[in-house]
Write a protein that binds this ligand. Structure first.
Ligand code: FES
Length: 110
């Protein structure tokens, strides 16, 4: 058993939010310029406040859908989202085991 009382590695669900940044004026832009790190913190705190402790929310490197960001991917389902302040309550519910918040799925054609 590890110091957190876990006997196996892993999480029921695992969310990654892009925390990549690029220099000003870069062609693709980046998620940190769209507030991704603050959104990641809000998502993480909200998940903890709801008592959802068997999941993990963390930043990642570039997820390579930069133009459609700020991007978020949640496993094991592998669903992709554009994370916004408005989307966070629905994403938290999804992490609790609720329905897929389809309205926030990442649209790379937009
Ligand atoms: S900078 Fe966020 S997906 Fe590339």
């Amino acid at each position: 058993m590890d110091p957190k009382g876990r006997t196996e590695p892993g999480y029921r669900m695992h969310a990654f939010i892009c925390g990549h940044s690029r220099p000003e004026g870069s062609v693709r832009g980046c998620c940190t310029d769209k507030n991704s790190l603050d959104l990641m913190r809000q998502f993480k705190i909200s998940t903890r406040e709801k008592g959802i402790l068997d999941v993990r929310v963390q930043k990642s490197g570039c997820l390579d859908f930069c133009e459609a960001g700020p991007t978020c991917v949640i496993y094991p389902s592998g669903d992709w989202f554009q994370i916004t302040e408005e989307s966070i309550p629905s994403l938290v519910e999804f992490m609790r085991g609720g329905k897929l918040p389809e309205q926030y799925l990442l649209d790379i054609k937009a």
